[in-house]
Design a protein around this ligand. Structure first.
Ligand code: AKG
Ligand code: FE2
Length: 381
């Protein structure tokens, strides 16, 4: 017995010790991983200004060879040039978020337009939804937001829009001719031009985020601080050629839903004024694959129309404008995970407009460093 116990003891003890050591290292790594996520979150929030609606991030994705497999899971409508295939009926009194949310009361109280159950269902089933008259045509507020755009342009708050991610963020006037102004509740650059209408816009964007989070197809949490919103102004002769909003391997891949809310005035007529949004449904990325027939849906950029789509599914473009064109553009992002961190750092860098890039990248680098140290500890001894 004794010798058996002794025998057992002498061979199992190293196993136990190794097991304990391994557990210790796994725990160590877990702590590093948590620290890494916390660091990333803190940096995201610092950069985003921590308001409901954060500023930030790279503008839309860029041209480049298409790498990802793209397999639509729905049958798109027949090729369309100037027809809207889907029009969601909007009533001026939007129902509250079906599941109810902490924002529902606020939304109802301040007359914030919301998505209806049908809109959410359509988004879920086809990956995009076009909601005409999300802001009713007689909405004074829509006109006030357009005035806000003009006011911010006058105060030089708009920049010539760039394309691409971070360090590759380039001015390419063959791809895009537009001006943008990043938005966010705590955006320092906008503090000297306050606007109650813009504050209301943030409420609407927050409420939409809540609806998407509660009832969207993707089922992921949407990160308040990482969401990105901007005003886009296209002069006459403006456009934005075919592109994707979410590119694998870059921080734009955190984008779950793209949002467009048009602010054009009631006399806008897509037939004569141009500037339609074209949503592509072929199997390509930034380009239509050779030999494949074009398949797309055009959306008139009528003031008050809201468009939402899954960011990683639909290449899209803005057709040439014949008159100035106004839009709110945005992306609802999911929180960043360790997996994202690894893939973002191994490829083209983090999210960020040119001003916030270095900070964000430093944050990502610290976070990545912590993960690496954790890994080294785990593998090392
Ligand atoms: O203005 C629009 O309709 C689309 C803009 C867009 O696709 C973008 O900024 O990524
Ligand atoms: Fe886009």
């Amino acid at each position: 017995m004794k010798s058996a116990r002794g025998h057992t003891g002498s061979s199992s003890s190293p196993i136990l010790i190794r097991g304990a050591m391994l557990l210790h290292r796994v725990a160590e790594f877990a702590i590093f991983a948590v620290l890494a996520i916390a660091t990333t979150t803190i940096f995201s929030n610092v950069v985003a200004g921590r308001g409901g609606v954060g500023p930030v991030a790279a503008e839309s994705s860029t041209a480049g060879p298409f790498a990802d497999a793209f397999a639509p899971t729905y049958i798109a409508p027949a090729i369309s040039r100037h027809a809207r295939h889907y029009v969601s009926i909007h009533t001026n009194t939007r129902p509250e978020s079906p599941g109810g949310s902490s924002l529902a009361a606020l939304a109802a109280a301040s007359d914030v337009p919301r998505l209806g159950p049908d809109d959410l269902e359509t988004l879920k089933s086809q990956g995009y939804v076009v909601v005409e008259d999300f802001l009713p045509s007689d909405s004074e507020w829509k006109n006030s937001l357009r005035s806000d755009v003009l006011q911010l342009r006058e105060k030089n708050k708009f920049k010539i829009a760039r394309i691409g991610q971070d360090s590759t963020n380039t001015l390419n006037e063959e791809i895009r001719v537009a001006e943008t102004c990043f938005l966010g509740r705590n955006k320092a650059e906008l503090r000297d031009v306050p606007s109650a209408d813009r504050e209301r816009l943030y409420d609407v964007l927050d409420a939409l985020r809540q609806d998407l989070e509660d009832h969207g197809a993707k089922g992921n949490k949407l990160d308040e601080g990482l969401s990105e919103f901007l005003y886009a102004y296209y002069p006459t002769g403006g456009f934005y050629r075919r592109h994707r909003d979410a590119i694998k391997g870059s921080a734009s891949f955190l984008r779950e839903y793209s949002l467009l809310l048009y602010l054009n005035d009631d006399s806008y007529d897509a037939e004569t004024d141009g500037g339609r949004l074209r949503i592509h449904m072929d199997s390509g990325g930034d380009f239509l694959p050779a030999g494949e027939a074009p398949l797309f849906q055009d959306v008139d950029a009528c003031g008050g129309t809201l468009v939402l789509f899954e960011s990683d599914r639909f290449p899209h473009e803005v057709l040439d404008t014949v008159r100035e064109r106004f839009a709110v553009v945005g992306w609802y992002n999911r929180p960043m995970s360790i997996g994202d961190l690894a893939s973002i750092n191994s490829e083209s860098g983090g999210v960020g407009d040119s001003a916030s890039d270095p900070i964000r990248l430093a944050g990502l680098a610290v976070a990545a460093g912590l993960v690496t140290v954790g890994l080294i500890n785990l593998l090392g001894s």
